[in-house]
Design a protein. Sequence first.
Length: 319
Amino acid sequence: MILCVRFRLESTGEALLPQLVGLLGEFTPLVEAAPPDTLLADVRGALRYFGWSPVELASVVRVRALALYGVDCVIGAGSNPMLARMAAREARPGVTLVVEDPAAFLRERPVVALDGVGRATARTLCAYGLDSIGRVADAPLAVLQRLVGAKAGRELVERARGIDRSAVVPNALSCSMAAEQTFSRDELDHSAHRRALLALAGELGARMRTEKQVCRSLAVTVRYADRSTTTRTRTLPEPTAHSAALTALAYAIHGSFGLQRARVRGIALRAEGLAPAEGAAHQLTFDPADEKARRIEAVADRARARFGPGAIVPGSLAA
């Protein structure tokens, strides 16, 4: 049995995630983090050891998270990670949703709710009348493979029938990293938003370069005064840890929100699709400004490593 625990964090940061991994680690060593707020845990051994049901174990996890960290959560349980994640997305606070009959749970749900099915794939399937998971499960494999491809069609029919061959991988390398800035008051000034994004992009870029990583996409999350959030993600032209490229994309995403008089409480920036820098390709350019910026960035990184993160900052942040 797999538990998927989605914590309702006040902040979109990840500061509490290691402690929450430790909390679940008291019951099982098989805990996988899915930043910013989700954990997967294989608890089959724990259920046998304690003699508990999934609902009873989930209740203990929920109470301990509230008592120790003041964090509420929603919990889904299923026989594999896919079912557990889907159950957690539909679970209500305080109630653990356990998928006991995968076929009945999946059948009437829209196909876009299935793991691995994006909007483009869903549009293709719906155009042929395959608008529910049950209809996809009943469709011939050859038909699905003609629509979405051989490998994708095979994986699609397995997921529609409740089969997920993935496993919980403990201590897996994080595929993302995030940074957040919370304003001291509700902020309406767009220039303050841009300064926050500049600082966050610089922080993420420096962290990735230190760890010799690059990212493939950025996600910007804006948190409002009523604690609601809006998130948008865009892919970079090429995997990079170059702060200037990260900042430019962060500005573009922020501009797409169309914020006018929104009362913004905080902004978070997430670098997604992390990969080793040594495997990333960089498009050569004849622009001397780009090469100069990268050389300055390398010098600034060495200065920060020696004198601290505040040794060199952009002029707009120092003002």
